[in-house]
Design a protein around this ligand. Structure first.
Ligand code: CP
Ligand code: NVA
Length: 304
């Protein structure tokens, strides 16, 4: 049984199997085919944080595959201390075929997976967002065909999204640069993990977005204050002021550069309306692909 608590749960072969299953199912979906690959299967979603894309793309994916979904908030699941985590995991996994989780703590998802009798999929924690990164690989593959000649430049916080993108880049041989303000780069611990797991991979971290995007294939950004960091939003707004993805920054990048964002976006902060809605933006293709990736991932995890 496989889990997806982090991209590191996938081998290189697993990663290409998930991407090719998703690409194939997307092509069939666009032709009007909805193969019932998970008939009667039950998805349970345990979410501690809000979600538009993740929750609904997961539920829609399971329904399209012939299954159904149950949603439980922290309170409903009893994750707030009503009973032990291990007891919740044991009980809920005996009802479900697949569990998705969105939590603050990454450890909680990993602990749940230890006890669960069905696959656990991370739908975002404070440290990882593997389904977003897998979806972004699917989108990059659609747009550019392959990974090794692409340069992904993330302008913003060394957060859950950029860490998962760094793992995705390392696993596919794509070059990646993080342009972040001092104090918001990847942690030493994460850089060591990357170095240990992918000694060949070159990841650059810098503090000048204009230099970083000079040979970018993709400029990617995310919110400056993630869910749970609302109280720090004002300090972050000051710290990230020079890291907005705007028309001037995009003009420093090659003419064929594309713009990516996992969404939700805070328009006027990390990105301007002009860039979000401009010709280089692929943000809604990314969002749509969340559902196609989820179908590929679920079908792959639940294959007989
Ligand atoms: N990108 C993403 O995970 O969006 P939601 O927070 O709306 O799920
Ligand atoms: N970094 C953001 C991603 C939202 C999808 C957050 O954690 O809020």
């Amino acid at each position: 049984m496989k889990h997806l608590t982090s991209l590191l749960d996938l081998s290189a072969d697993d990663l290409s199997a998930v991407l090719s299953t998703a690409a194939d199912l997307k092509a069939r979906f666009l032709r009007g085919e909805r193969p019932q690959l998970c008939p009667g299967r039950v998805l349970v979603q345990l979410f501690e944080k809000p979600s538009l894309r993740t929750r609904n793309s997961f539920e829609a994916a399971m329904i399209h595959l012939g299954g159904s979904g149950i949603f439980l908030s922290t309170q409903e699941a009893g994750l707030n201390g009503r009973e032990s985590l291990a007891d919740i995991a044991r009980v809920i996994s005996s009802f479900a075929d697949l569990i998705t989780m969105r939590t603050f703590s990454q450890q909680l998802i990993e602990d749940f997976a230890e006890v669960s009798s069905c696959p656990i999929v991370n739908g975002l924690s404070d440290y990882r967002h593997p389904c977003q990164a897998l979806t972004d690989l699917l989108t990059i593959q659609e747009l550019r065909g392959s990974f090794p000649d692409q340069h992904l430049v993330f302008v913003g916080d060394g957060n859950n999204v950029s860490m998962s993108l760094a793992l995705a880049a390392a696993m596919t041989g794509m070059k990646m640069t993080l342009a972040a303000p001092v104090g918001f780069e990847f942690t030493e611990e994460f850089l060591q993990l990357l170095q240990q797991q992918f000694p060949q991979h070159q990841i650059s971290v810098c503090h000048d977005p204009h230099t970083a995007v000079k040979d970018a294939s993709f400029v990617y950004t995310d919110v400056w204050a993630s869910m749970g960091q609302e109280d720090d939003a004002e300090r972050r707004k000051q710290a990230f002021a020079d890291f907005q993805v705007n028309e001037a920054l995009m003009a420093s990048a090659p003419a064929d550069v594309l713009f990516m964002h996992d969404l939700p976006a805070k328009r006027g902060l990390e990105v301007t309306d002009g860039v979000m809605d401009g010709a280089a933006s692929v943000v809604f293709q990314q969002a749509e692909n969340r559902m196609h990736l989820a179908r590929g991932l679920f079908a792959w995890l639940l294959q007989p």
